[in-house]
Design a protein around this ligand. Structure first.
Ligand SMILES: Nc1ncnc2c1ncn2[C@@H]1O[C@H](COP(=O)(O)OP(=O)(O)OP(=O)(O)O)[C@@H](O)[C@H]1O
Length: 506
């Protein structure tokens, strides 16, 4: 082997004492070889070790990192001629593992049996439950029976004090249920009114783990770097913690939904609305609706106001992608005085707020490549009315190295709060002002827009809130810094694990 010379204790899953019957696997030269690969598991159970001399054995245990951020559980067998020495090592490692307080011991698990390809239960039972058992984690498993079962259970019934974390087995919709239940419950228990956008919400104490088993697993991909149930299970076992911002979306002082990834009006709202009508097409519906909405080229008028974030590290265009440990731990948001607000009125093809990069296998850079998970901000991207050709240039840049914001009709602002008011909701005085300012031609186009039957652009779009359609178009959005925590660590850079400098390494 000879490649890895140390392993961090924090990445050991467990130690067990081997039976002596395996002695046939010992080599005469005093070195140790891989003894088994566990069948039926994605995780290879390799176990290697090497004695440098007969009397001074050395041990290596590690979570093996594969390609594309995948982790596998690696098992190493060490045999020692001196039984007391062996037991000393085993108990020493066990003591160190027990001292890691961030590792969960009790988990509440929700499985959506109907998410994705309906494999949630099988994935959990075959790939995840054995790893939890091996790591000594006890679980309370609930297989959901209807939509919002997990959310409602968390809101009212779940005995949260018994658990160190909540795990959801499913897709982004299931994750959304979990955060809605957990955040709501935390506010209720703490006496905070979740309806008011002026309230600072209380952070949730329980961490959330995502075992990807849906048709869209974007949150898992953006926080772990891959959609692999074993990798996610191992991040949970080692007790990773990744704080994450959450946007609360309100309409007239009433809470609508929470968002952690994308809030999109115009293009992305229309694509979602159209694709929901074509569920029978399966995942191909997103491509179909995307092409259709690109060709229809609708734009929408309205007013965007935002509170710029200050005191933060970085800008939406600094090219710094999110990597492990690089996210600023806290943000100083501006004092919310009214004169700090900025207002933009116009015609937009898309208004997007990306609270994370929104990277996915199709768009590895994502909507806002430099968005951070936990800095208390969201990147507000405004795509003004432009030609189809220009809009296509912007969209194509999401998949290339070119900067998608480096176009005259696109602007991006890092904000901690924003509001949107579609033009048809504006007050009469606002509309009058507009009419005076604008030309006669625009008055006609307004009349035209009020009668969509003529085939002109409809007057309003819908908000796509993490894959759900909102019932209102006039919204008030506030970012809550690090409101939740995930069993994840962001996306690791190679250097992080090539060079193990942890003093706690063996
Ligand atoms: N037992 C259940 N029966 C029906 N629906 C459920 C059940 N449990 C959860 N759900 C709902 O199923 C929806 C989709 O679940 P999930 O996100 O796990 O899968 P998905 O395949 O990624 O979803 P989507 O169809 O949105 O791509 C969620 O919004 C959730 O509320």
């Amino acid at each position: 082997l000879g490649v890895c010379h140390s392993v961090s204790v924090t990445e050991i899953i467990c130690v067990t004492e081997e039976e002596e019957e395996n002695s046939s696997k010992q080599r005469d030269d005093g070195s140790w070889r891989k003894i088994k690969e566990r069948e039926g598991k994605d995780c290879r159970q390799a176990f290697t070790g090497k004695k440098t001399t007969k009397k001074t054995p050395r041990h290596m245990f590690y979570v093996e990192r594969g390609r594309n951020h995948r982790w596998r559980c690696v098992e190493i067998t060490f045999r020692c001629p001196d039984r007391a020495m062996c037991q000393h090592w085993v108990s020493g490692i066990r003591d160190q593992l027990a001292a890691i307080s961030s590792r969960p011991k009790q988990l509440l698990v929700y499985i959506n049996p109907y998410g994705g390809k309906r494999q949630g239960k099988r994935i959990y039972e075959q790939k995840v439950a054995p790893l939890f058992a091996q790591a000594g984690i006890s679980t309370h498993v609930i297989v959901t029976e209807y939509a919002n079962h997990a959310r409602d259970h968390l809101r009212t019934e779940a005995e949260l004090k018994r658990f160190d974390g909540v795990v959801c087995v499913g897709g982004d919709g299931m994750f959304s249920e979990i955060i809605h239940g957990l955040i709501w419950r935390t506010q209720m228990d703490g006496g905070v009114d979740p309806n008011s956008p002026e309230e600072t919400l209380l952070p949730c104490s329980l961490r959330i783990g995502i075992i990807p088993a849906g048709s869209t697993d974007c949150i898992c991909f953006a926080t772990v770097g891959t959609n692999d149930p074993v990798t996610s299970a191992l991040h949970i076992i080692v007790g990773d913690s990744q704080p994450m911002d959450v946007c609360s979306v309100h309409h007239n002082n009433a809470f609508l939904r929470y968002s952690v990834s994308l809030l999109g009006y115009g293009f992305y709202g229309d694509v979602l609305t159209d694709s929901e009508r074509k569920r029978w097409m399966g995942p191909a519906r997103y491509d179909f609706s995307g092409l259709k909405m690109f060709l229809t080229h609708h734009y929408y008028e309205g007013t965007v106001s935002y509170l710029p974030a200050k005191g933060i590290m970085g800008t939406p265009r600094d090219g710094l992608t999110l990597t492990v440990n690089k996210c600023p731990l806290s943000t100083v948001c501006v004092s919310e005085s009214e004169d700090e607000w900025r207002t933009i009125r116009g015609k937009f093809l898309a208004i997007n707020a990306a609270s994370m990069s929104c990277a996915c296998p199709r768009s590895p850079k994502g909507l806002s490549p430099s968005a951070h998970l936990a800095d208390g901000t969201t990147d507000l991207i405004l795509v003004r009315k432009c030609s189809r050709f220009n809009f296509l240039r912007h969209l194509i840049r999401h998949t290339s190295k070119d900067d998608q914001f480096d176009l005259g009709f696109v602007e991006v602002h890092r904000v901690c709060r924003f509001r949107f008011m579609p033009r048809h909701c504006q007050s009469d005085s606002d509309l009058e002002l507009d009419l005076q300012e604008n030309s006669k031609r625009q008055i006609f186009s307004q009349i035209c827009r009020d009668h969509p039957a003529c085939g002109c652009t409809p007057i309003y779009s819908s908000w796509n809130c993490d894959g759900e359609i909102l019932n209102h178009t006039a919204i008030d959005v506030r970012v809550h810094c690090q409101l939740i925590k995930l069993f994840a660590r962001g996306i690791e850079e190679m250097a992080v694990f090539e060079e193990i400098t942890n003093p706690c390494a063996i």
